[in-house]
Design a binder for this molecule. Structure first.
Ligand code: PLP
Length: 480
């Protein structure tokens, strides 16, 4: 017999089959976790992987007795367990955001208010999406959210789509498709990695005409670029970046006066935008939507899950002739939001109507926390940690220090705003900060922290008080 044949027959003799793996007692738990179909497919890929390794191993082995059937079965089950666990940690799940970045895009941007969460759960069943309870006839989808937006911004009409990128696409397609749109070179921004103004323009079928220079654009630059193909003037809020130094750009009011004189509509993509002035919290340069409309923008779009504090959505407000054209366009049908988002938006906007926004909407609540309040919460958390670790009788030592630091807004809003905060800087010999952060990510729910200056930083600004007990439990696992 040739060596290759020997190897193959030895493999067949000792290699566990897919069936054997699935029947193993250990696999019962895995099956409950991921389901039979997924488990079978994982078992297939593991046996084929092992077969290849085994063939190579046997071909090189001095002594075939190193390989036993039991050892192989154990190894296959170990790998199966590992894959099943990876599968589960990849599941959608809640996390504790201890980074101090309020609108953390990777962690889902704005956390929702309690009334919004309740409404979200209820909208999961049958609901009044397009049903009028009084007449028993078909109702207006999203009607209440539109009415609230009109009330809160002073607009003539409102419309809701999937996100602000969708809003820009719809507005540009409907108002300027086949024609030209003027936009300042200083506003050709990229936001969140994929929203790029020139690309959205190209997709919508409008020709982008760049006005002025990166740092300076004047009213006359716009005037000179207008011709019979011009359909729209667009103003984009630079959101996540700022040009400083020798700069100039017309105000929205100046631009709208020019637009009026030329008979063109002015569209402002406000990005985050806010419904009420947040300059008390250091956010002076986010457009207040009501003011943009008052200053003459014909239509304005902004995000639902940035400083507004609701879910992903693109909110459009403006002149009713424009909003009606948007609503009738087939693209709107493709971009409209679902019942879950409408339920969340309605409850969030109601908080603004009743002047409860700062006490009810988490994003605004977090924004309003002072350093003194956060220092106090950090001290109290550390005190509870000391008590709990004494009771646990753990001997390992976490080293803590409360330090002044800065939180961040995130989500492409307020890049120059860094709210004063107080962080818990944490270390534990002999582990590195990255190792500690990785351990905290393995807690349930995972705790996400910043690492800087060789320490793990816990910023309680973005941790709800109800989550502190879970955070504490996570810290205790570090000394177990
Ligand atoms: C964030 C942002 C967008 C994209 O908003 P999404 O709701 O994330 O799609 C578009 N324009 C501006 C100016 C922004 O700041």
């Amino acid at each position: 017999m040739s060596h290759a044949k020997q190897v193959n027959s030895s493999v067949l003799r000792i290699m566990p089959s897919v069936d054997e793996l699935l029947r193993a007692q250990k696999a019962e738990g895995f099956r409950a976790a991921v389901g039979l179909q997924r488990l079978t497919s994982l078992a297939r890929s593991i046996t084929s992987e092992l077969r290849t390794e085994l063939q190579q191993g046997l071909a090189a082995a001095q002594n075939e007795a190193e390989y036993t059937r039991e050892a192989l079965l154990d190894e296959a089950l170990r790998r199966l367990g590992e894959r099943c666990q990876n599968d589960q940690t990849a599941e959608f799940g809640r996390v504790i955001n201890a980074t101090g970045v309020i609108l953390h895009t990777n962690l889902g941007r704005a956390p929702l208010s309690e009334p919004a969460r309740t409404a979200l759960a209820q909208a999961g069943g049958y609901c009044t999406l397009e049903h009028d309870i009084v007449t028993g006839e078909r109702g207006r989808r999203g009607g209440r959210v539109e009415d609230l937006l009109v009330e809160l911004t002073g607009a003539e009409a409102a419309l809701v789509v999937n996100n602000c990128a969708a809003a820009a696409l719809l507005i540009l397609s409907v108002m300027a498709g086949g024609g030209e749109t003027l936009v300042s070179r200083g506003e050709l921004v990229e936001i969140g990695g994929d929203f790029r103004v020139p690309e959205v323009m190209a997709t919508s079928g409008t020709r982008m005409v760049e006005i002025g220079t990166t740092n300076r654009t004047k009213l006359d630059d716009y005037r000179r670029a207008v011709n019979e193909r011009t359909r729209l003037i667009m103003r984009v809020h630079p959101s996540n970046y700022r040009i400083v130094g020798f700069t100039a750009t017309p105000t929205l009011r100046e631009l709208s006066e020019l637009a009026k004189e030329l008979g063109l509509p002015l569209y402002e993509d406000a990005g985050s935008g806010v419904l009420s002035d947040l300059s008390a919290y250091g956010l002076a340069d986010e457009p207040v939507i009501r003011e943009s409309l008052r200053d003459g923008a014909a239509v304005v779009s902004f995000s639902g899950d940035k400083l507004l504090g609701a879910c992903q959505a693109g909110l459009i407000v403006g002149r009713s002739d424009i909003v009606n054209r948007l609503r009738k366009h087939p693209l709107y049908r493709a971009l409209r939001v679902d019942k879950l988002s409408l339920a969340v938006l309605e409850k969030t906007l109601e908080a603004y109507r009743h002047q409860r926004s700062v006490t009810e909407i988490p994003v605004l609540k977090m924004l309003s926390l002072t350093r003194a309040q956060l220092t106090q919460r950090a001290q109290s958390l550390l005190e509870r940690y000391r008590q709990a670790s004494l009771n646990d009788g753990s001997t390992a030592e976490l080293v803590f220090e409360i330090r002044d630091a800065e939180s961040a807004i995130g989500g492409g809003a307020g890049p120059n705003t860094h709210p004063d905060t107080s962080v818990i800087a944490l270390s534990r010999e002999p582990f590195t900060a990255n190792e500690i952060a990785a351990t905290l990510r393995c807690c349930y729910p995972p705790i996400i922290c910043r690492v800087s200056d060789g320490k793990v930083m816990i910023d309680l600004r973005t941790v709800a008080e109800e989550e502190e007990a879970e955070l504490l439990a996570g810290l205790l696992t570090l000394v177990k």
